[in-house]
Design a protein around this ligand. Structure first.
Ligand code: ZN
Length: 147
């Protein structure tokens, strides 16, 4: 195997941008009305994400988004809201090659919540990194699923 081949197979972290900042809310419609009134933002995506048991609404800002999420059976998010009230829940970083990014992070000892990606809003591949690894912020990796 040549040098190039090895470089391709090695886990790498390729960060593209902040995909979204997610805000936990109890009522998506109520939050949506506030964001619309304050900033004139309109939702481009609204869906119940079965795998996460949440409802998600995306409000694009430039090439990034604000994501409003509310629990639809997601106990963790429900407890989060009860304990802390609505507020910033996580930030999502778009990466290229999410499996490779996870392998890279695991390899350097970063604590992961998801070692393999699962299906998130918009059918994207997503995986969460433990807040302990980032100084208290829940970080989600996201990649468009081209499959
Ligand atoms: Zn998210």
């Amino acid at each position: 195997m040549g040098k190039e081949g090895r470089a391709k197979g090695r886990p790498m972290l390729k960060i593209k941008k902040i995909d979204h900042v997610a805000i936990a809310v109890a009522d998506v419609d109520e939050a949506l009305a506030k964001w619309r009134a304050a900033f004139g933002l309109e939702a481009t995506v609204r869906e119940v994400v079965e795998s996460q048991k949440t409802e998600a609404v995306l409000l694009p800002i430039g090439d990034s988004n604000v994501e409003l999420i509310s629990p639809k059976g997601n106990e963790g998010l429900q407890k989060y809201l009860e304990k802390r009230g609505p507020g910033i829940h996580h930030i999502a970083i778009e990466v290229e090659g999410i499996e490779s990014a996870l392998a890279f992070l695991k390899g350097i000892g970063v604590q992961l919540i998801d070692e393999t990606p699962r299906k998130g809003a918009r059918g994207h591949k997503v995986a969460f990194i433990h807040p302990r690894a980032t100084g208290g912020v829940l970080v989600e990796l996201v990649e468009e699923d081209h499959a």
